[in-house]
Each structure stands twice: as structure tokens, then as C-alpha cells.
Design a protein around this ligand. Structure first.
Ligand SMILES: O=C(O)CCC(=O)C(=O)O
Ligand SMILES: [Fe+2]
Length: 293
């Protein structure tokens, strides 16, 4: 028999000898990057056709690159991915239809107007080290990244998870944290997240070595338009809080500041071409069960 009774306990104050008052209290806030995922994004038939297309274009993939934000130098540092720039009106239209809901989930308000898309493949040892997508978008503080995953069944690769890092805020200053959320690269799923969020693709294995067993993505970077012209005298300081944007987005932009390219690149370093995003169509998804009429 235990000595416990069924009487409810009375709360006791934890005294100041245990928890003394302190004049300095500055906890580190770890903010998860907002993410919005869809499963069965294209549906089994179209996902299978897209996977077949990607596999058939094996010869056209090239080694993916990264851009050094300070020097503008293009290299393969920290990255082992195969990349093939593509465009698709149908895929862009699907993205556009989802964006109102995605923006609601991510707490994102600015208008989104154009996108760049690439197919990627990760095989044995494929990886993409910690980065933001600042080199792919016009204004990293309000751009979205969308990664759509494809693979054959059963899966021919191991690893290859996407890690989306938290942002740590201390005394109002933001930096990338060490904690993260893991996104499994599941077939026919898509994840949207802020392009300024730090993320990485952990190494993948591909025991068969076959291209068809690789981890495939259709990756899209979605940018807003030019910021509205503001008279010089009233131009907001980049560091000053922007009342129209939620804090999480400002913290992300602050943490990503050092990854933003200093000079506008004439074109994408992997050869992707910007296309205009169509307006949302009649199939716009507005939420559970909610279709625009
Ligand atoms: O493949 C993924 O999961 C993410 C890819 C990525 O981060 C990129 O291409 O910038
Ligand atoms: Fe990325």
C-alpha cells in the first residue's frame, strides 16, 4: 500500500529561497518557422507522371550551386544536388490557388507576383547545407519557398529530410537557432515556408545508385512585387518594426540578413527563369471544406 491518499493537494507557494527574484530576466525566445504542408498535392496520377518525367530527363540535370552573399561567387560549397530548371503553367496555377490559404497559415500578407522553379534530385551523399533562399528571391523578408516531393514506391533512398530551423530572439535581436522541425520528403506532398528561414537537407543515401531511386523535388521560390514607392523622407529603416508585418517575419528577416546577396544578380545561379504567378483561380482553397464560389 502506498501512503498517498485520494485527497487533492493544496497548492504551495515556491518560496524565494528556491526561486529568488532577479533584476535581469532575458529568456531566449525560440520561434518555429511557420510551415504549411499539403498531402496528395497533385494526386497519384499526375504525381506519377511528373516522377516519370523527372526520371526520363536524367541527362539534363546539372550540379546545383550556391551563391556567396558577399562576393557574389557561385560555387558548389556545402551542396550536392542535381538541378534542372523548368516551368509549368499548371503547377504555377496550383500554387496560386493554394496561396491564399498558405498565406493565412503562415501569417503572410504581402502580394506575391512571380516564381522560379527547378526540379532537383538527391542521390547517394546528396545534401544541401544550412542556408536561406535569399539568393533566389527579390525580397527575402516576404518571399515564400515551396518544396514539392516525389519518389518511387517503395522509397529508393534513405535520409534526405528537410530541417527547418527555429529563430532565436534575445533582447529583440534574432539569429538562427539550433532546434529545428523535420519535414519528411513524402511523395506528393508540398511544404511552404518563409524563404528567409534557415533550412538544410540532411544527407541522403541511395543504395541502388539508380536515378529513378533518387529523392526528387519540384522547388519553387515565390517573390512579392517591388515594394511600394515611399517618399525618401518617410522611407522606413530596414531595422525599424514594420507594423504591417507580423513579428515572426521581421525576426526571420533579421536573422537572415547576412545571407542576402549584396548585389542583384542578373539571373538565377542555377538557370531558373522568373514567371508571373497567375491570379488564384476558381478552385482556390480557402480552408477545410471551403471552396470559393
Ligand atoms: O529539397 C529540399 O527539401 C529543400 C531544397 C532547398 O532548400 C533549396 O533548393 O533551396
Ligand atoms: Fe533552400
Amino acid at each position: 500500500m502506498s501512503g498517498y491518499t485520494m485527497e487533492p493537494a493544496t497548492p504551495m507557494e515556491i518560496g524565494p529561497r528556491v526561486l529568488p527574484p532577479s533584476d535581469r530576466w532575458s529568456p531566449a525566445l525560440a520561434v518555429p518557422a511557420p510551415v504549411c504542408r499539403f498531402e496528395n498535392f497533385l494526386g497519384a496520377e499526375r504525381a506519377a507522371a511528373l516522377l516519370e518525367y523527372a526520371t526520363a530527363r536524367e541527362e539534363d540535370f546539372r550540379a546545383g550551386t550556391v551563391l556567396d552573399p558577399l562576393t557574389g561567387q557561385v560555387s558548389r560549397k556545402g551542396r550536392d544536388s542535381l538541378v534542372l530548371p523548368v516551368t509549368s503553367e499548371v503547377f504555377s496555377a496550383h500554387l496560386a490557388d493554394c496561396l491564399p490559404l498558405v498565406q493565412e497559415v503562415l501569417g503572410h500578407r504581402a502580394a506575391l507576383v512571380e516564381s522560379l522553379t527547378v526540379l532537383t534530385a538527391h542521390g547517394e551523399g546528396g545534401h544541401f547545407g544550412l542556408h536561406t533562399d535569399a539568393s533566389r528571391v527579390r525580397d527575402v523578408s516576404r518571399a515564400l519557398s515551396a518544396v514539392y516531393y516525389l519518389h518511387r514506391t517503395p522509397r529508393g533512398f534513405g535520409g534526405g529530410q528537410l530541417r527547418l530551423y527555429d529563430t532565436v530572439v534575445v533582447d529583440g535581436r534574432a539569429r538562427p537557432g539550433e532546434s529545428y522541425r523535420t519535414i519528411e520528403p513524402e511523395h506528393d506532398t508540398i511544404a511552404f515556408f518563409p524563404s528567409g528561414a534557415f533550412h538544410e537537407v540532411v544527407p541522403s543515401t541511395c543504395p541502388s545508385g539508380r536515378f529513378s531511386d533518387h529523392r526528387f523535388t519540384l522547388t519553387t521560390w515565390i517573390s512579392g512585387g517591388e515594394p511600394a514607392a515611399v517618399p525618401q523622407a518617410r522611407r522606413p529603416d530596414a531595422r525599424r518594426p514594420d507594423a504591417r508585418r507580423p513579428d515572426v517575419w521581421r525576426w526571420l528577416a533579421d536573422a537572415a540578413e547576412g545571407t542576402r546577396p549584396l548585389h542583384d544578380a542578373a539571373q538565377d545561379h542555377d538557370g531558373a527563369r522568373p514567371v508571373a504567378l497567375p491570379p488564384p483561380g476558381p478552385d482556390t482553397r480557402l480552408g477545410p471544406g471551403g471552396k470559393r464560389t
